[in-house]
Design a protein around this ligand. Structure first.
Ligand code: NAD
Ligand code: IPM
Ligand code: MN
Length: 344
């Protein structure tokens, strides 16, 4: 039996994790959950540490972890959020952040031209390097002469492996997004690794865009893309943009993966949404679609498709939360997906 670690987290994290766990239950996977309810801001405020070595020891043997969201307005973001999210990504070496985006219903698209609406692509975000490497420092800290540096780290091995993953999931094409016209050393390393990856995968169509142009193209014709592969920061930003194209951050799911070890961490792309936390209106679809990615990871593509079908059906009926134009609360929107699952 597989054990799935669960970190509900903060804000709307626990609110959207509850319906996601109901959906997980309904799939009848051969799995049990290990809920780490204390990995949150309260624990951090009380003890100075939210994710302990003991917690990591509980998570390490799990092939999959489901995370709600972390982040708390009482805390400065960098240290706290990093101590959970970035720590898990780096400790488990989850070097791929797989962020699929799909328009579940035409009504959800912000694009006026119908032929350009049907976004259905994946952002493959490098997940352990770049500006998130933690390399850097500051001198004369806190003075008017402070100098701060965060190194945009790229390694040959780190870039080559994420490019290979991108090619491995391509249906039609892979587009490299970088800023090699301005970022010299890392830009050239990515370009060299890109040419080598193209040679290793000669049958996949490829293209290249600078990130500013990619943002423009995504906002005007997202149907042009299948797989976009990019670095940690650009992947973070572009995946909020693509989320918006599919109806909003409330429907964007993600998988943090290490294809070599087989471990994965599954979470909505959104954060803890302090502005709506406690209101009972958070959209649970991103968390539920993260369960679909988790099921796929455990070899149950059939169950993943069931979940996606149920989500599409609930959206089509308008059984959704206010961010998607509906009037349901989190629990009701979760129940609507469960009802569709039962129908299928
Ligand atoms: P956010 O994603 O929490 O919220 C951005 C906006 O989207 C808000 O207006 C929010 O109400 C809305 N929103 C988000 N999720 C929603 C949902 N499920 N349904 C309906 N509306 C939703 O981003 P933020 O406000 O920049 O960050 C809040 C906190 O979350 C910060 O501490 C940040 O560091 C953290 N964060 C955590 C994660 C994560 O755990 N993976 C991701 C992003 C941000
Ligand atoms: C995400 C989040 C995180 C990131 C933050 C909270 C550190 O925005 O998962 O997209 O930038 O990776
Ligand atoms: Mn983000």
């Amino acid at each position: 039996m597989t054990t799935i670690a669960v970190i509900p987290g903060d804000g709307i994290g626990p609110e959207v994790t509850a319906p996601a766990l109901d959906v997980l239950d309904a799939l009848g996977l051969d799995a049990r959950t290990d809920v780490l309810g204390h990995v949150n801001a309260d624990t951090y405020l009380r003890t100075g540490r939210a994710l302990s070595e003991t917690d990591l020891d509980r998570i390490r043997p799990c092939r999959a972890t489901l995370l709600g969201a972390v982040g708390d307005p009482r805390l400065g973001d960098t240290a706290y959020v990093r101590s959970i999210l970035t720590t898990l990504r780096l400790e488990l070496d989850l070097y791929v952040n797989y962020r699929p985006v799909k328009l579940w219903h035409d009504r959800l698209s912000p694009l006026r031209e119908p032929s350009r609406r049907a976004v259905d692509c994946v952002i493959v975000r490098e997940n352990t390097e770049g500006l998130y490497s933690g390399v850097g420092g500051s001198t004369r800290t806190g003075t008017d002469h402070e100098i701060a540096m965060d190194v945009d780290l790229s390694t040959h091995q780190g870039v080559a492996r994420v490019l290979d993953f991108a090619f491995s999931v391509a249906r039609t094409s892979v587009c490299l997004v970088d800023k090699a016209n301005a970022v010299r050393n890392g830009g050239q390393l990515w370009q060299r690794c890109w040419r080598a990856a193209q040679d290793r995968h000669p049958h996949v169509a490829t293209s290249h865009l600078y990130v500013d142009a990619a943002a423009m193209r995504l906002a005007t014709d997202p149907t042009a893309f299948d797989v976009i592969v990019t670095n940690n920061s650009y992947g973070d930003i572009l995946s909020d943009l693509t989320a918006a194209l599919a109806g909003g951050i409330g429907v964007a799911a993600s998988a943090n993966l290490n294809p070599t070890t087989g471990q994965g961490l599954f979470e909505p792309v959104h954060g803890s949404a302090p502005d709506i936390a406690g209101a009972g209106t958070a959209n649970p679809l991103a968390a539920i679609l993260s369960v679909a990615l988790l099921a796929e990871h455990l070899g149950r593509a059939d169950q993943a498709e069931r979940v996606r079908g149920a989500v599409a059906a609930a959206v089509a009926r308008g059984h959704v939360t206010p961010d998607l134009g509906g009037s349901l609360g989190t629990k009701e929107a979760g129940a609507a997906v469960l009802a569709e699952l039962a129908r299928a």
